[in-house]
Design a binder for this molecule. Structure first.
Ligand code: FES
Length: 131
């Protein structure tokens, strides 16, 4: 389905990314909402599964990435926080190494339809929830 048709098909939905634009494994940042406190998150794809997390480290609240769309360790097996080196499981978001072992990234609800990754919830409510 051409991308223009897909956009018309998915009305009133927030498309975070198209699967064709997300490597496996790979990550991509997104921002939903406007104003001073939008929801800043990232998608992570591994083994065909896509998950989304808030881009905020449970250690000190910093964004995890330094470079755009780069959230994985060099071997792509874990999510890494570039501030102090916390490492998180891709599947669960749980910290397995570094200064906040046992803490977790906050999951953002998404779903995949027709090759698009969609925010699964009211964008304003989610932005308030994760601000
Ligand atoms: S802010 Fe992420 S490890 Fe410190």
């Amino acid at each position: 389905m051409p991308r223009g048709d897909l956009v018309r098909f998915i009305v009133n939905e927030i498309v975070l990314c198209y699967l064709s634009d997300l490597n496996d494994p790979g990550t991509r940042a997104f921002t939903v909402g406007e104003g001073d406190w939008p929801l800043r998150g990232f998608l992570v794809r591994q083994g065909g599964e896509v998950r989304a997390y808030v881009n905020r480290c449970p250690h000190a609240g910093h964004p995890l990435n330094l470079r755009p769309d780069e959230f994985l360790a060099p071997d792509h097996s874990l999510i890494v926080c570039n501030s102090h080196g916390a490492m998180f499981e891709i599947q669960s978001g749980r910290c397995v190494a570094g200064p906040c072992v046992g803490a977790s990234l906050e999951r953002v609800p998404i779903r995949v339809e027709a090759g698009a990754v969609l925010l699964d919830g009211d964008p304003e409510a989610l932005a308030r929830l994760y601000a």
